[in-house]
Design a binder for this molecule. Structure first.
Ligand code: CA
Length: 145
């Protein structure tokens, strides 16, 4: 690759100062498509209390995105006794007014607690997790008896 590049550069220099690289205005469209470089924002208060055993657990977060908007948001969860790194996931559904909601069904519970984290992606494929550590440092809640 680099040798080809070097060749091209050498050729341009060889032409002797003809400015071939100017006039890049035709790239405007491409630039606009990639102009959103800022990931969405997730505002979420992690559970501080245990959740009732045998019930659906509803996770709510405020998710926003400048420029292109939120493309999707996903809740990842894993039983605390599950030693594998396999996360289950469920999509967040937009509730309006920037509120998004996802539910961990009661029958997903196979232990006394759950690891979980949130992922949001915008239309330009910028992504963010809550917490920042994502699957490495997930949130946790316990189930009460
Ligand atoms: Ca964005």
């Amino acid at each position: 690759m680099s040798s080809v590049l070097t060749l091209l550069l050498a050729c341009q220099e060889g032409i002797g100062g003809n400015n071939v690289s100017g006039g890049g205005t035709s790239d405007t469209e491409e630039f606009d498509e990639g102009s959103d470089q800022v990931a969405p924002t997730i505002v979420f208060d992690p559970f501080t209390d245990n959740q009732p055993s045998g019930t659906d657990v509803v996770v709510e977060a405020y998710i926003t995105d400048d420029e292109t908007g939120v493309f999707m948001a996903t809740l990842y969860f894993r039983n605390e006794t599950d030693s594998s790194k396999d996360w289950s996931s469920v999509g967040f559904a937009a509730q309006g007014d920037e509120l998004w909601q996802a539910t961990i069904q009661a029958d997903e519970q196979h232990s006394g607690g759950m690891w979980y984290y949130l992922l949001a992606v915008d239309m330009a494929q910028n992504s963010v997790t809550s917490p920042d550590g994502g699957d490495e440092e997930p949130y946790h809640f316990g189930y009460s008896d």
